[in-house]
Write a protein that binds this ligand. Structure first.
Ligand code: NAD
Length: 468
């Protein structure tokens, strides 16, 4: 199939490369010329394990192209994915201006052939119909311009009659296809999803989407494992599924963090408690790791958007508000632990192990580390950090108040405390003995409860965690 993906970010690039790998001809469109130029030369704008190789392979095979020309993407494709960003505005509402611009432009480039326009971006309930309206408006605008530039005379009546009689209306359906991939395992998640959700009331569009995803659904082309369920819903329900899934996962994390805070006060150990409740099949072990809390490009903005949508429809989402509040305070708790151990933080040096919001990504959007850096800086501490990807890549945007070190031993040098913020696998087996020797005070706060407590303590480090 011929596919266009608009927005070559974490979602668009992975979607494009994976669909190309399944044999489709994919054109990725982005309005950032530097990004596209880099991609055309094989340079990726993001870090995602396996993606660089996949993009290189599919580009060489002639199945994956990059352009800034949206018109080219639309003209050559029967399915058009929209995967542009929908970040949060200060009010919590999603900023839909990228979505709006793309939808209008799509309308301007449609011709008489039928297209499926797929919303892959996470957008508020009702956006499918809004996108349809914008596309129709975009198409009407172009039709008007064409007609007015032709010889229909100066007579306004003749002109409006010509417009009304214009035989062409764009042939398309808008489908919602929410994305559930996780940064750090995005390719695996795309080829081996738990489910694929299609929201549409058009049998024609649903059938095209089913065909596009057939290799994943019925495990063809070397993809092993069990068939993947395809859930077909109406547009609004598909849009809501994405928000509800993220709201549930974020709530599960805030729940275990609340339990951790109670454990700390009562003398119970949250890791044992999580094990005990996680074995219950109704609960499950995933997302029960107490720690510094959730962040990243999706949970914070999606929770804020859902709370805002609920409010728009006259409902106060009390549980979701509490989920957000527990998470906000959880970041503060690590600072409190440092204060407990070191008392005054002014003049102290604190080292952060990890900066990204989770391991195996370079994404710093709404990462808990950023809050920690701001709070520690405000309290007069010197903040240093080491992150396997950020340190190596030289990215420094948003990192004004932190010294980024090139290795973990330089980080440990003269630190009054280390805080493990991101559970990168390499932090599990560091030479903690050497680290203890380098530190001014051998204190480590495990903000992800991921370290071997015995091993770290035997290295001579005072270890504190979350919920024990
Ligand atoms: N990142 C994730 O893990 C993830 C997971 C599931 C869903 N989502 C959702 O997917 C959407 C995209 O997220 P992302 O993380 O890939 O964002 P991103 O910021 O990494 O990528 C968005 C891309 O869109 C491009 N863009 C913006 N306006 C454009 C335009 N007019 N024409 C062409 N390109 C344009 C930007 O240059 C950028 O490259 C969001 O709605 C997000 O909530 C993200």
């Amino acid at each position: 199939m011929h596919v266009a993906v608009v927005g070559a970010g974490y979602v668009g690039l992975v979607t494009g490369a994976c669909l190309a790998h399944l044999g489709n001809s994919v054109i990725c469109v982005d309005n950032n010329p530097a990004k596209i130029e880099g991609l055309q030369r094989g340079r990726l704008p993001i870090y995602e394990p396996g993606l660089e190789e996949l993009v290189r392979e599919e580009t060489a095979a002639g199945r994956l192209y990059f352009t800034t020309d949206l018109g080219l993407g639309i003209r050559t494709s029967e399915v058009v994915f929209i995967a542009v960003g929908t970040p949060a505005l200060p009010s919590g509402e999603p900023d839909l201006r990228y979505m709006e611009a793309v939808a209008q432009e799509i309308g301007q480039h449609l011709d008489e052939r039928y297209r499926v326009i797929v919303n892959k971006s996470t957008v508020p309930i009702g956006s499918g119909d809004w996108v349809r309206m914008l596309i129709v408006d975009g198409a009407a605008e172009v039709a008007k311009q064409r007609l007015s530039s032709r010889e229909v005379g100066r007579d306004p009546e003749a002109r409006s009659l010509t417009l009304e009689l214009s035989p062409w209306t764009p042939q398309f359906d808008v489908v919602s296809n929410p994305e559930f991939l996780r940064e750090g395992s995005a390719i695996q998640d795309t080829f081996y999803p738990d489910r694929i959700v299609i929201g549409s009331n058009s049998p024609r569009a649903i059938e095209i989407m089913r065909q596009l995803y057939e290799p994943i659904l019925s495990r063809q082309q070397g993809l092993g494992g069990d068939p993947v369920p395809l859930l077909v819903t109406d547009l609004a329900s598909a849009e809501m599924i994405k928000y509800a899934a993220n709201a549930f996962l974020a709530t599960k994390i805030s729940f275990i963090n609340e339990m951790a805070n109670i454990c700390e006060r009562t003398g119970a150990d949250i890791t044992q408690v999580a094990e005990g409740i996680g074995l219950d099949k109704r609960i499950g072990r995933a997302f029960l790791n107490a720690g510094i809390g959730w962040g990243g490009s999706c949970f914070p903005k999606d929770l804020a958007a859902l709370i805002q949508t609920a409010a728009d429809y006259g409902y106060e989402a009390k549980l979701l508000r509490a989920t957000v509040e527990v998470n906000r305070e959880q970041r503060q708790r690590l600072v409190e632990k440092l204060q407990q151990a070191l008392k005054v933080l002014k003049g102290k040096t604190i080292g952060l192990l990890g900066l990204t919001f989770k391991p195996h990504t370079d994404d710093l959007r709404d990462a808990p580390s950023l809050t920690l850096i701001e709070q520690l800086h405000r309290l007069g501490a010197k903040v240093k950090a080491y992150d396997p990807i950020v340190s190596a890549s030289g990215m420094r945007e948003g990192l004004a108040h932190v010294v980024v070190e090139t290795d973990v031993f330089r980080l440990a040098q003269d630190c009054d405390a280390l805080v493990l913020v991101t559970e990168w696998p390499e932090f599990l087996s560091l030479d903690y003995r050497r680290i203890a020797e380098l530190m001014r005070r051998p204190l480590l706060i495990d903000g992800r409860n991921c370290l071997d407590r015995e091993a770290v303590r035997q290295a001579g480090i005072t270890l504190m965690g979350v919920g024990w």
